[in-house]
Design a protein around this ligand. Sequence first.
Ligand code: SAH
Ligand code: SF4
Length: 358
Amino acid sequence: MNQTDQLVDLKNLSPDALVDFLEGMGKEKFRADQILRWIYLRGVTDFSEMTDLAKSFREEISQRAIISFFTPETIEISSDGTRKFLFRLCDKRSVETVLIPMEGGRNTLCISTQVGCAMQCSFCLTGTFGLERNLTASEIVNQVCAVRKDYSVDNIVLMGMGEPLHNLENVVSALKILYASKGFDYGPRRVTLSTSGLVPEMLELGQRIKVNLAISLNATTDEVRDELMPVNRRYPLSELMQACRQFPLAPSQRITFEYILIRGVNDSQADAKRLVKLLHGIKAKVNLIPFNEHAGSAFQTPDENAIRAFQTYLLDRQIVAIRRAGKGLDISAACGQLKEKLENKLLGSGKESSLQGK
Ligand code: SAH
Ligand code: SF4
């Protein structure tokens, strides 16, 4: 073991865990606030720059801790202004993060939570690779730190590579860091977590921390959803919708349902009708995403009339249904379109099997 193996990466510590760590060194609580400011507001990665801490303390902590950081290896820029960042991890694997310019000059950052994904949804590029590993809290947070160095990040979506609820502990720590009032101070309303529907973890999430919830729904019958999203075989639609009803929401908050429209699979008027029924009694809004065709899949995007008819059916029944354009399509940067380069896949060792050992 070399020395860095024993050092704590402070970006892995939630604010409370940072207080505990410092107390273990005999330091006062308010030191945590000072350090949070240095790390997250000022982007400092070297203790020697933390000038409001005594020199002896800076030396002492640098014997025990490090502050990791990411530098983008490449940045691809799409014709619509979407930027895709590739970050290289310590084990040579890589992770992608996408900055999406929204209307009104605000930017949304789409971050990854795993390398690959175990859920194997049949329409999703990420799903075809299997899970390589979870990202640590610091690897989740460092995506935000690195992009914020050069761009403003107004909203954050956990919608990149991976299933966030399959990496719940690290995701919760990362959210706590993003919310820290002395650090980035993102309000929970500015952060959205998207899940394929891991029901027990959804309920646990709702108990543990505030965040906007998005569900990748994509089908209105178990038969079709079983095929598109194997997770449905474990947690069928009735259980998923029940969990949505139980999820704690603030008065004006809604759950977002993402629905990828796939020609001849889930885009009929009968689907629209079933969708309205499924959402009955849930404070919902629907994002309709025309399937983004890619070489790894035979699915097709519906024709324009079918997309419009589907949306109109929902709108006529007072369901907020927004059509989402896939941004950054020319650099395959649309959320869920993130793809490990083949070289990394070859570097990856044995894959963890889908949902075992949980
Ligand atoms: N694993 C989580 C979060 C990331 S998936 C989840 O499934 O919710 C990212 C999003 O991209 C999902 O909403 C998924 O439905 C969508 N997506 C994946 N492949 C797509 C494709 N080919 N076209 C359009 N959207 C896609
Ligand atoms: Fe994983 Fe989400 Fe892709 Fe499904 S849609 S394979 S859960 S990343």
